[in-house]
Design a protein around this ligand. Sequence first.
Ligand code: ADP
Length: 228
Amino acid sequence: MVEMKNVNVHYASGIDALVNVNLRINDGEFVFIVGESGAGKSTLMKLMMRELMPSSGRVFVNGYNLEKLKGNRIAKFRRSIGLVFQDFRLIQDYTVYENVAFVLRIADQSNRYIRQRVPYVLNLMEMAGKAKHKTRELSGGEQQRVAIARALANDPGLLIVDEPTGNLDPEKSYKLVGLLKEINRCGTTVVMITHEHDLVRYFGGRIINIDKGEITFDETIGGNDEDQ
Ligand code: ADP
């Protein structure tokens, strides 16, 4: 769950990146956040992951009041969200398997759990066949699916994916969103940031549009996706 109350973000450069944002995303939802470049999408993502604090207003994610988070509760909070960045942030010299196992080791999971969990999430993202490959040997689309598998490793309640279809051809983009929808059907809340209006219209669902830091549209629309 994500809740923002009267949130403003004012950067030191003088820019108001977000203006009086009020937003609630419930557990189990799939939400597209759309907007042109510079609209405030990344700022919104940074607030949700607590990389940035609002200049005013409140942000709650997965039951945590982010303003009040301190010490080891920050690490616990971060494990309750899965983040997929535009540049993936994978360790290029590690294998696909090791990239995913790494975050589970940091979370102090047992070797037994890691041996079960890594193949499970790689399988979900259709990357199990490449488990032993070094990440740098993979295509951009494959690296992205590994990044999503890694974000799912700790079984987060909320998955935030930033511009996942940026470098994919249209067919792969639709397939990827289909996989994210499947993850959502299994219970994970998914927030996907994108500027691809065609894709959003095709899938439909809840769409939040940001324009110059303001939410200008927040509605659920029907899509052309066959199982809508
Ligand atoms: P988007 O992700 O939709 O492209 P951003 O959230 O990155 O938009 O940016 C919103 C506005 O805030 C833009 O005008 C951008 O130039 C500005 N901005 C973003 N990050 C910073 C920063 N760290 N310092 C100053 N201005 C910033």
